[in-house]
Design a protein around this ligand. Structure first.
Ligand code: FEO
Ligand code: CA
Ligand code: CA
Length: 627
């Protein structure tokens, strides 16, 4: 999420209106940096900068693309239909939808009322984002984040009228854990499975790691700062090799408000976008902890990575504070050659940072894993224009914080202090399973070269963020020095710059691996399958006009990391985002999330009625491997 609309503006834009960022870059600076950028692009852009110099070389790129046989599907055309499109020889089926009951106590989704707080609390949550599968011989569990809810869809008129309306919206947030099975009618929910569970904004969570018990974590309801209630606005996901799910708290700020709208929050809360005005969910109305004037520390208890054991429905989720507090996108877990756990994470806000965590201990199957995300060091990335970069420690010593707990609660300020690179909204990170190589979607950033980030850090055009007022986004990738994910240094390039070569001939046309046939904007979800194919999901503009002409609805593409070839595999229904992606172990089914179809009112997918976020299964008609 982030480009998603609340009323007519995105959450990011709402936060900027409430807490404007200073305009610091004057026009001369922008022009100068744009000129530098052209030189730079020739140097470190992967697959050559051919699209930069116009259409002449585009044919060469197309010919190269056709020569490849890495993909087991034919590229599909863009689409503006209110349905899912997959390649010839592939089919999709709906597995579960927002509001589907998980137990026989529940009731089927009511298209007229859209349910109550009580029915929603035991039904599939709304707006699916991160998704992971957990399989053994007997059970297949899917865990999804239910990032947020569209107010105009869940409530008639877009405003909660009753307290039950408010609580229904709240219960549509959190996680859904569900057992699924491949039956006579295809994949579907196993009703009443003992694994079926909702984790909501009211579920008790244990706070672990260096910030546990810190003064900034203490509240009236929890004077020792060790247990908080709930998780919400979980965006991307992660999974550990020891079989747990990682839910990543992103835009947690917009749920807080103050009865007194003139109340001013502290600069530390303002850096995280917390303000006296919420986005309209009204949670403070039924739950006082969301009144930031009365309980300012409550919001310090969000913005974390939450570890959940999906196989134990009675387990208490754990907030892993060692991984830092920011607007988390996903958490890509890598086991380094020496057994240490390395976790790459993005902070998705304009001009925020890219992070890495390294555990002190090492992972070995069967050993205790509880300390691996409690004891370690957090870093932020600093990129140089010459294609190198370094990871900067965010320890208390490095940042001047009073304690490790404070350094993690205020990780963003630590990143500013050490001079980390302000990025074009880092979304999902994905590590190549076949080599020490990592990719991150930088989705777009209209403030690049125009405004500072929320902390006042400059956002110069350059490095992995080479286009001012970046509309299309890019994917950066890096190689840790010595193929060691714990190395201080790395080298990097841009795997792709999205763009529109049918509209532009400058850098907005995109890199050479973007053409009229595969173009897209705003890469967001990103995951490798076990074969080493990289899958890209988009959360971008779907106007199909102007800068985005010919790009259709949001989509999913597959990329060959070796050649840079990118092919469109799927297009989603109207006004949706395609997000969340996982595969069965045999790679014969791919599960994909469709989030916020009809967010502006123009979709009736998938039932021909109320638009509903859904998990979709995609298979090959011949039963072969996907991709
Ligand atoms: Fe929830 Fe950054 O997307
Ligand atoms: Ca996202
Ligand atoms: Ca996004």
């Amino acid at each position: 999420m982030n480009d998603h609309v609340t009323e007519e503006i995105s959450f990011d834009d709402f936060d900027e209106l409430v807490n404007p960022k200073p305009e610091t870059c004057d026009f001369d600076d922008v022009v100068e940096r744009a000129i530098d950028r052209r030189d730079f692009l020739g140097g470190v852009l992967a697959f050559g900068g051919v699209a930069m110099v116009g259409g002449g070389l585009a044919t060469e790129a197309k010919a190269a693309a056709h020569a490849s046989s890495r993909f087991a599907f034919e590229q599909i055309a863009t689409s503006t239909a209110d349905d899912i499109v997959v390649p010839p020889g592939y089919s999709f089926e709906i597995v579960a939808k927002w509001g589907d009951p998980l137990t026989s106590v529940g009731v089927p989704f009511d298209h007229k009322t859209r349910g109550t707080a009580a029915t929603q609390a035991i039904a599939f949550g709304d707006n699916i984002d991160g998704m992971e599968i957990f399989e053994d011989d007997q059970h297949t569990l899917i865990v999804v984040n239910n990032e947020y809810t569209n107010r105009k869809v869940i409530w008639e008129g877009g405003v909660p009228e009753s307290d039950d309306d408010v609580n229904k919206g709240k219960m549509a947030h959190g996680l859904t854990i569900v057992e699924v099975a491949d039956g006579d009618n295809g994949w579907g929910v196993v009703m009443d499975s003992p694994f079926n569970r909702r984790v909501t904004p009211d579920t008790p969570m244990e706070i672990t790691g260096p910030a546990r018990g810190h003064d900034l974590m203490k509240t009236a309801a929890d004077p020792t700062g060790v247990q908080s209630l709930g998780t919400w606005n979980n965006c991307g996901s992660g999974r550990t090799p020891w079989g747990t799910y990682l839910a990543c708290e992103e835009n947690f700020n917009g749920y807080y408000s103050a009865e007194d709208e003139a109340h001013e929050v502290s600069p530390e809360l303002a850096r995280y976008g917390v303000s006296s005005k919420d986005w309209g969910y009204g949670w403070a109305r039924t739950d006082e902890r969301f009144d930031v004037a009365k309980h300012p520390n409550e919001s310090n208890r969000n913005g974390w990575i939450v570890e959940v054991d999906p196989t134990d429905p009675d387990s208490t989720p754990k907030k892993r504070t060692a991984l830092g507090r920011f607007k988390h996108e996903n958490a890509e877990v890598v086991i380094n050659n020496d057994g240490r756990v390395v976790i790459y994470m993005g902070d998705d806000e304009r001009g925020e940072f890219l992070y890495r965590y390294i555990s002190n201990g090492t992972y070995a199957p069967g050993n205790d894993t509880d300390g691996l995300m409690e004891n370690g060091t957090l870093y932020a990335a600093k990129f140089a224009d010459d294609g190198t970069g370094v990871w900067m420690s965010l320890s208390a010593e490095a940042t001047g914080a009073a304690s490790e707990g404070e350094a993690l609660i205020h990780a963003r300020m630590g990143g500013s202090k050490v001079g980390a690179t302000t990025m074009d909204r880092p979304e999902w990170v994905a590590a190549n399973p076949n080599k020490a190589e990592v990719y991150c979607c930088l989705t777009n950033n209209k403030n690049r070269g125009v405004k500072t980030n929320r902390g006042g850090d400059e956002t110069p055009v350059g490095g992995p963020n080479p286009r001012e007022a970046n509309k299309y986004g890019q994917i950066v990738r890096w190689w840790p020095d010595g193929a060691d994910h714990t190395s201080e240094g790395f080298t990097w390039d841009l795997f792709v710059m999205a763009g529109n070569p049918t509209v532009h001939t400058d850098s907005r046309a995109g890199s050479s691996n973007v053409n009229e046939g595969n173009m897209f904007n705003s890469p967001d979800g990103l995951a490798f399958d076990h074969s080493g194919l990289l899958w890209i999901q988009t959360d971008g503009k779907y106007t199909n006009e102007g800068d985005f002409a010919g790009q259709g609805n949001n989509q999913m593409l597959a990329a060959d990391p070796a050649t840079g070839e990118i092919r469109r595999f799927m297009v989603g229904p109207k006004e949706c985002e395609v997000t969340g992606l996982t595969w069965t172990i045999d790679r014969k089914t791919m599960f994909v999330g469709i989030q916020h179809p009809g967010e502006r009112g123009d979709s009736q997918w998938p039932d021909g009625s109320t638009p509903r976020s859904a998990v979709v299964a995609i298979r090959r008609d011949d039963g072969g491997l996907i991709g």
